[in-house]
Design a protein around this ligand. Structure first.
Ligand code: HAM
Length: 430
């Protein structure tokens, strides 16, 4: 790429949205918003710039290393948010006494992460966040997943398109306890197990050794990952005589998924751990069934985040669903979001003397809730219809001296090519 071409590109990993890109983005946002409202979530928003302190956690998460941080002119340490969850916790903590719980909130948040750029990963993305705070039962997890499935349906993706794989950090903790592993090691074990998809077993082992876990224990941890089903996990727990709470929760979760009619989309997978330190219970990640793309959405239960940032204890469950991978999936499946809109119209005129009439016609259709593009100057009919055809308008009106003389205009459907005559008196008399 030469220097002048480079000047026209956004910074690496950041995105421009031309009108064609906006159509896809809007279709995705509309599905997210429609599904959220259908399931009774309230919309919220917050500042993109956050205090760095809120976002820094010491557990060694990748996301913390990827933060875009800077100092403002007064020397405050600030950052572009890499995710919305700490901000959500901050906002709830600020009004915890007056908010009604459980609360169900959603947002579409622009997030920034200094990622290594791969397919499905950008340095800037939009993320639909759905969270339920203050509900202890697994109805919260089920409701969140059902809402996401509804959004997929609105985008034309059926139940066979995606699988939601889930596990439980509580279950893993119980299994680790059964193996005699000390509680203080759990956060490191979780984050290291999550990295396994990107690093090999030797590297994983090294990370665990660095964290102070001995080779014998590491072998036992690896053995946990061989668990292939819930029954197998249950049998292992039975021999270890640890708590049964996690397994009971998972069983309730499965029953509820069945009631919601989505159990066939959800599968237990012990290797789902998630890379964020705040999760404490059920965790889940959704992938396309062909296994071609990165995670479409991910989330889980977080019990301690509110208290960790100085709020009163409150449990939360939520997910983040990015726009990048879903757009790739929709494009691979040739799902297009046509630019022709039935509510869109173009109005043009041949000569300056027809401009006032054209303005009145445009105003009249706008009153009827059409989105009308009015020509900014007189045009030849050929140039007007060629422009109108590319604009996404379904209908067009082009006025010449003959139309004024006849007292009526021709409303042309640009798709069917049919024309309808409308008396000018119906449009210009207001
Ligand atoms: P996360 O797994 O880090 O979770 O991100 C959630 C989703 O955001 C991913 O599954 C993916 O769709 C999208 N995403 C993340 N990073 C990128 C990127 N660099 N480029 C494109 N898409 C990306 C969270 O952020 C949690 N805060 C979600 C959550 C909400 N948990 C509870 N409530």
């Amino acid at each position: 790429m030469n220097e002048s071409n480079k000047m026209h590109m956004p910074p690496r990993g950041m995105r421009d949205f031309y009108p064609d890109d906006m159509r896809i983005r809007n279709a995705i946002f509309n599905a997210w918003r429609q599904a959220s409202l259908a399931f009774g979530f309230d919309e919220y928003d917050a500042c993109v710039v956050e205090s760095l302190d809120l976002l820094i956690r010491k557990a060694g998460e990748e996301i913390v290393e990827q933060i875009y941080s800077f100092k403002d002119k007064s020397g405050r340490d600030l950052a572009l948010r890499p995710e919305m969850t700490p901000t959500l916790a901050r906002m709830i903590a600020a009004r915890q006494g007056s908010l009604g719980f459980p609360l169900k909130w959603f947002t579409i948040a622009q997030c920034f992460r200094y990622e290594r750029m791969t397919r499905g990963r950008k340095r800037e993305h939009y993320q639909w966040n759905l969270d339920i705070v203050g509900e202890e039962s697994v109805t919260a997890e089920t409701e969140i997943i059902a809402t996401a499935v509804n959004a997929l349906k609105l985008l034309g993706l059926d139940k066979n398109s995606l699988t939601v794989r889930f596990s439980s950090r509580e279950l893993l903790a119980e299994l680790l306890a059964g193996l005699g592993i000390e509680r203080r090691h759990y956060p490191t074990v979780f984050l290291t197990l999550d990295k396994r998809r990107k690093i090999n077993d030797t590297e994983t082992e090294q990370l665990l050794i660095n964290a102070g876990i001995d080779a014998g224990t590491i072998k036992k941890i690896f053995s946990l990952l061989q668990i292939e089903s819930l029954d197998q996990a249950e049998k292992m727990l039975a021999t270890q005589h640890t708590s049964e709470h996690a397994m009971e929760t998972i069983r309730k979760f499965m029953t509820l998924l069945d009631t919601y009619g989505i159990s066939d989309m959800v599968a237990f997978d012990i290797s789902v751990v998630r890379g964020l330190a705040y999760y404490t219970g059920i965790v889940f990640e959704a992938f396309d069934t062909c296994g071609e793309f990165r995670a479409v959405f991910g989330g889980g239960r977080y019990d301690n985040l509110l208290s960790d940032i100085g709020g009163k204890p409150a449990t939360g469950v939520g997910l983040g669903f990015g726009d990048v991978v879903i757009a790739e999936i929709l494009s691979a499946r040739n799902k297009s979001f046509g630019n022709v809109s039935s509510g869109r119209m173009e109005v043009g005129y041949m000569e300056e003397t027809q401009r006032i009439t054209a303005m009145k016609i445009a105003a009249s259709f706008r009153k009827k809730s059409y989105n009308v593009g009015l020509s900014l100057k007189p045009e030849k009919a050929k140039a007007f219809f060629s422009r109108a055809g590319k604009s996404g308008a379904q209908q067009a009106v082009f006025i010449g001296p003959d139309d004024i003389a006849s007292g009526s205009i021709r409303l042309k459907n640009l798709i069917s090519r049919l024309e309808e005559r409308i008396p000018l008196s119906h449009l210009c008399d207001d």
